[in-house]
Design a protein around this ligand. Sequence first.
Ligand SMILES: O=C(O)CCC(=O)C(=O)O
Length: 287
Amino acid sequence: MDVLQKLGLVSFRAQPRNLSASAIKDFSTALILAAQRAPAVEMTLARAYERGLMNEMIDLKSEVKQRFDIDGFVNFGRVVDDAELQALRVRIDEIGDGIVAVPAGCIRFQEGWSAESSGGLSRREATWQLLDLHPHDDVVRAICETPLIRETIEDFLEGPARLWSDQVIMKPAHHGSVVPWHQDTSYWGQEKRMTCWLAIDDATPANGCMRMIPGSHRRGQLEYTPRVFDGVDVHLLETNAVDPDTQIYVPVPAGCASFHHPLTLHASDVNSTAHSRRALAITYQAV
Ligand SMILES: O=C(O)CCC(=O)C(=O)O
């Protein structure tokens, strides 16, 4: 029997591939709603650990690793508890509101926004991205150094790793913008790194959850072009040669995470809902 079934768990990865984009959105939304109602459907090593299921945990670890090796990403389950998540939310709000100061280089605002010329947007609503907070903020650093996150990345990298960077894409309500198809290596080069993408709010197809192309990490570095998008004051790198028919939506409930390989093609849509979709991407580098 599949180890997930044995644990009474269902993987988000069981997403049918031959459905239309709108059917996939409905399916993904149904999964995330099910996860909220019944946390038992989360695929989580922590749960096996809590139940003292050590053998299952070892099996599950190898199952997760196998899936990761095949797909270049895995929808993992819960990595932080409610109190940690709440502390992170409060701190991100405080930084967005300017109540807790971080160096100016850690904040990217939406294009054209300034306190004097705000266009009706608060400072927090106009914050597009927070970058490398962990050297400056204890709450964010503690989350980035969560042992389950570090150990999972070290399993994927097959060796020790150190925290390298963090970023929060804020995707505020109503105007959170698109992140185009890209490989992280287009920004970073080919160093051996791995990212844990922790949902601060529920990430759904409607509010711009991640979309991934399974197996794309085996295609090597692809061509890319810099692009400027409306409302985003940064050059984003867009990889061409993407067949969106092969994409998978990866909805992640708040407090849970997906992990992705730096060569895996991924993107996210605009957030047209009334609630923000924030996520903390935590990257480790092999040492
Ligand atoms: O949060 C997003 O929408 C995109 C994040 C991303 O591209 C990444 O973590 O590499």
